[in-house]
Ligand binder design. Structure first.
Ligand code: ZN
Length: 272
């Protein structure tokens, strides 16, 4: 969820999108298509309305399991004023400048929950919140080579100290953090010293150790059998990780359009 707005009239989910240009909502399958002036498809995204409805159902289910009852409404808000060429009538899709009215309308509705219930729901939502790393959603294959910051393709050894992207030609000197993150998030939460050596073409365990020490990992085992374990909660609260993912998102504009920037995924402060 991008934003959950809690009031006595219920919960309003705002799914925020930063997709500009010409957009067409397509049904069967539910997709959002970005097109050029001739109508050629430039990009295809999951339908944000379907995504929001999914989140709405998940939240309703979570509320039921946690013993709460509240209506949940949802809307999709486009933050950067796209031209929406095709959309079925009645779709809950709005532009940024309509948000104020949406919220005003929502809080003006008949109260469905009292202040005590409202605060209980807010407290439960905040205590169940798990930070989320919007990464590495574009990488399709297993992580067997270092990956490119610019396009997430494989890097090939270029010189003693650099790698070159096989797709975009980008020269990379420090692919370690991004590649290790992809490993931990896609494969498993441990990596052995030998696996680090193989991944980056290193010759010694000492070199592998210095790579592993770039992230807040826990060392398990000793000597040649040693491995490093990642703790997701620790990763998402480490600035070096957040900075790397932020840079990666900035370089991968399309992914950013779809998932927002990392800052969008921090929980909003609760106003007491
Ligand atoms: Zn590349």
């Amino acid at each position: 969820m991008d934003l959950a707005f809690l009031s006595n009239s219920g919960i309003l989910l705002l799914e925020c999108k930063q997709i500009g240009g010409r957009l067409r909502f397509h049904s069967g399958p539910a997709e959002l298509r970005k097109v050029d002036e001739e109508g050629r498809t430039l990009a295809v995204y999951d339908c944000p309305v379907a995504q929001m409805q999914d989140q709405r159902q998940n939240l309703l289910q979570w509320l039921t399991m946690a013993g709460f009852r509240s209506p949940v409404y949802g809307v999709v808000v486009f933050a950067n004023n796209p031209i929406i060429e095709e959309i079925k009538s009645g779709m809950p899709v709005f532009k940024l400048r309509e948000t104020r009215n949406l919220i005003r309308h929502h809080i003006g509705q008949q109260p469905m929950i009292n202040d005590r219930e409202l605060n209980q729901i807010a407290d439960a939502m905040i205590s169940h919140y798990i930070p989320y790393l919007p990464f590495p959603l574009k990488i399709k294959d297993f992580i067997i080579t270092p990956i490119c910051f610019d396009c997430s393709s494989s890097l090939k050894r270029h010189s003693e100290r650099s790698w070159k992207c096989i797709r975009c030609g980008h020269i990379e000197y420090k692919p370690y953090i991004l590649t290790l993150l992809a490993w931990f998030l896609l494969l498993r939460n441990t990596i052995t010293s030998a696996e680090i050596m193989k991944l980056f073409g290193l010759k010694t365990h000492k070199a592998a150790r210095s790579v592993a020490e770039g992230l807040p990992l826990k060392k398990v085992g000793a000597g040649k059998a040693s491995a490093y374990a990642a703790d997701y909660k620790k990763l998402v609260s480490t600035s070096i990780v957040l900075d790397a993912v932020q840079t990666w998102l900035e370089h991968n504009r399309q992914t950013k359009d779809q998932y927002g920037s990392l800052k969008d995924h921090q929980p909003a402060a609760k106003d007491h």
